[in-house]
Design a binder for this molecule. Structure first.
Ligand code: BTN
Length: 238
């Protein structure tokens, strides 16, 4: 596998750039921005960036359209990034659908977008990882962290970027073979399982996450399947 990281000093968003230029990009191309001025996450949330301190990248993966794979990719990418962070620190966990936490605070966010054309699909696998950040905006500082804040060590961004990129493609290239192991790792490290959450103003307990990456919840009245794309409001309650 030969990955090709394309570096930019500044982009509004690596995912946006990748989508705008998807025709020219191919599998193993990765868009990396030293500064991201308008990075976004799920539900259009803004993604905080501090120049040179964090990783903002979008990895391109083009493949034949296979709906069966779509649900598993989100879990697989979470595990790929989880694995790399785990080399540097314990207490790493996954918060469904694809936030990576250290000591309960968010250290990485993943946003996978896809573009379907005829019988092929292009995935834009966006990952934001807080590495050397010393502080965060007060609006998120109680919920966000970085590797530096947790370990008091300054890291080489390029080295961790390469590890993340290699692991993303290793997992994408072996999606089916590794899926059983990845699924178990995802479940074993998921903080939501067994927790009470609020969904659509009702309380549910999380039973598990199925192979498609959906959250299986229940309460006295009903069992529900929450698709990650459907989430409007979801908060851990207890
Ligand atoms: C989330 O937590 O909701 C996902 C955040 C994803 C942020 C990354 S940073 C690189 C890529 N470019 C973007 O604009 N977003 C993703």
């Amino acid at each position: 596998m030969k990955t090709n990281i394309i570096y930019f000093d500044e982009l509004s968003s690596t995912n946006k750039y990748a989508k705008d230029n998807i025709d020219k990009l191919k599998t193993y191309d990765v868009i990396f921005a030293h500064q991201q001025t308008n990075g976004y996450g799920r539900r259009s949330h803004q993604w905080f960036h501090s120049k040179g301190d964090n990783i903002a990248l979008s990895a391109i993966y083009k493949t034949k359209l296979d709906r069966v794979l779509v649900g598993s990719i989100s879990m697989t990418i979470s595990v790929a990034i989880f694995d790399v962070l785990k080399k540097y620190i314990n207490n790493v966990s996954i918060k469904w659908p694809n936030d990576i936490l250290i000591n309960g605070k968010k250290v990485a966010g993943i946003l996978i977008e896809s573009i379907v054309y005829k019988d092929s699909i292009s995935y834009v696998i966006g990952a934001g990882i807080n590495i050397n950040n010393k502080n965060f905006d007060s609006s998120i500082s109680s919920k966000a962290t970085s590797l530096f804040l947790e370990t008091k060590i300054t890291y080489q961004i390029d080295m961790i970027t390469n590890e993340i990129v290699e692991n993303i493609y290793y997992h994408m290239d072996n999606l089916n073979i590794l899926f059983a192991d990845n699924y178990h790792k995802y479940i074993d490290n998921s903080i939501l399982i067994g927790k009470t959450i609020v969904y659509d103003d009702l309380e549910y307990v999380v039973r598990t996450i199925n192979h498609d990456g959906d959250l299986i919840v229940f309460n006295e009245i009903s069992d529900e399947i929450i698709k990650s794309s459907e989430i409007v409001f979801l908060d851990i309650y207890k």
